[in-house]
Design a protein around this ligand. Structure first.
Ligand code: LAC
Ligand code: ZN
Length: 472
């Protein structure tokens, strides 16, 4: 039966594009190092092959997990179960078109984000999606998860740049919605249904993305601040004084700076003495030689007078700016070296960030005395990541047993302040129980009805968002 299914897959894509055993194993490990298992990995080379694979899987009731760069942090693309088929989009990796008059690009799902950025930049344009994993994540995954990252402050989440999509529906039908339009009020906005659906409603195979003029002047600074309350005032000041040129505003507490500095080879210290809190600020403009550096220095001086800023280092070269970003972007990869750790991805209204951070610090100390809290991230979006690391020298298992209590502190506090327990990483398989707990009952019911309508057999990514397999 299984052999027959694999033979039929091979007939669609060619035998060397069906991987099993040791060849398939690397596709069954998530970015969080959660190890799953699968029947096989299939690597179609065209949209039609994707459609034929999905139709075959549906007719045989084989669960399908679509997978891009597999960099997601909520285990949404990891197969779990010996009968699951991984549908890798990696071979659909063509940039089909960059249109500098329409300010759009059309890309296949498997294009690596950095490659798409470069293709836009070759035309003096910006694809405004940017995140730590951009060297290996793929556009299809970015859209399926509605990726966030550091450019949300200025350009919105990934969905904001989607003008059109091509999607293979759960029954194998291809929907060609690759429109290049900014205005298209003709019924429901179907493309947005698939953005953020994490592969449960269909598989994105291509997209039309809106581009922006590329920035030509950028200035980057690491700024030490007394605390989150001053950080959000500084953000408001910089947005006003710069004519809204703030393109990134990332908070890091001391522990969030310490971890990469301790473990990352070649990391450089922005400050001699690490401050309790710092923000990585980036201003950018499409005008060449825009005097942003002078503007930033004036604004920082005024902020210092207002006691919003303690110290600031403005990057003097692109290399120094990159070194600052390295500290911010690559730090999360090193927390496991500090022992057991729990990553959270909440958001709250920007004004509530100081309150949120304080309540979380107190609540975590009560739930896990001595645990180390890293608070960092996109506070311009109200999205702050909380990593709780075990107390130094503590027993990892004993610490991880406290996960439910710690998660309740972080998520419960966010929700109590009008926030979300899941800002940008999505639900995946990791947070299905939290979605059931914190999600609005009417919204959850609507989501289930949509899912049942589009995928009545429940074969598309069946353990993501709702764990359909556990429910049957
Ligand atoms: C970041 C990931 C954790 O912002 O979302 O680094
Ligand atoms: Zn983030």
């Amino acid at each position: 039966m299984q052999d027959d299914f694999l033979a039929r897959l091979a007939a669609i894509v060619g035998a060397n594009q069906v991987l099993t055993g040791a060849d398939a194993a690397p596709f069954a490990v998530s970015a969080r190092r959660v190890r799953g298992d699968c029947l096989a990995v299939v690597r179609p080379g065209t949209t039609q092959e994707v459609a034929d694979v999905v139709r075959l899987a549906a007719s045989c009731a084989v669960p399908v997990v679509p997978q891009g760069g597999n960099t997601g942090l909520s285990d949404g693309a990891v197969p779990r179960g010996p009968g699951v088929l991984v549908l890798s989009l990696s071979r659909l990796n063509a940039v089909l078109d960059v249109d500098p008059l329409n300010f759009t690009m059309t890309v296949q799902a498997g294009v690596v984000l950095a490659a798409a950025q470069q293709a836009a930049s070759a035309h003096g344009l910006l694809l405004p999606i940017s995140l730590g994993a951009e060297g290996s994540c793929q556009i299809g995954g970015n859209l399926a998860t509605n990726a966030g990252g550091k450019s949300v402050l200025k350009h919105g989440m990934a969905r904001a740049c989607v003008l059109g999509l091509e999607v293979v529906l759960p029954d194998g039908t291809v929907w060609n919605g690759l429109k290049q339009l900014r205005k298209d009020n003709a019924g429901y906005d179907l493309k947005q249904l698939f953005v953020g659906a994490e592969g449960t409603l269909g598989t994105i195979t291509a997209a039309v993305l809106a581009l922006q003029p590329a920035p030509r002047t950028t200035v980057t600074a690491f700024v030490a601040v007394p605390g989150p309350a001053q950080a959000i005032r500084l953000l408001a000041r910089l947005r006003r004084d710069s004519g809204d040129c703030v393109s990134a505003f990332e908070l890091m507490n001391r522990y969030a700076l310490q971890v990469p500095l301790a473990h990352m080879p070649g990391a450089s210290r922005p400050f001699d003495a690490l401050p309790a809190w710092a923000v990585l600020v980036e201003l950018s403009s499409c005008r060449r030689d825009d005097p942003l550096a002078a503007l930033l220095e004036d604004a920082l001086a005024a902020a210092m007078d207002a006691q919003e800023v303690v110290d600031a280092v403005v990057a003097q070269s692109q290399a120094q700016a990159l070194a600052f970003w390295k500290l911010r972007d690559e730090g999360t990869a090193f927390y496991w070296k500090e022992g057991g750790m729990l990553l959270h991805d909440p958001s709250v209204p920007i004004r509530s960030i100081p309150d949120f951070v304080e309540r979380v610090a107190q609540g975590v100390e009560q739930a896990a005395s001595g645990a180390r809290v890293s608070a960092f991230g996109h506070i311009g979006d109200g999205n702050i990541h909380i990593i709780v690391s075990q107390p130094e020298g503590a027993d990892k298992r004993a610490f991880l047993a406290l996960a439910p209590a710690i998660q309740q502190v972080v998520y419960g506090t966010a929700v109590a302040l009008g926030g979300s327990f899941s800002a940008e990483h999505g639900i995946g398989q990791l947070k299905t129980a939290h979605l059931a707990r914190y999600g609005d009952p009417v919204a959850l019911q609507l989501m289930r009805r949509l899912r049942a309508a589009l995928d009545p057999r429940g074969t598309m990514n069946p353990r993501t968002l709702f764990d359909l397999q556990a429910e049957t």
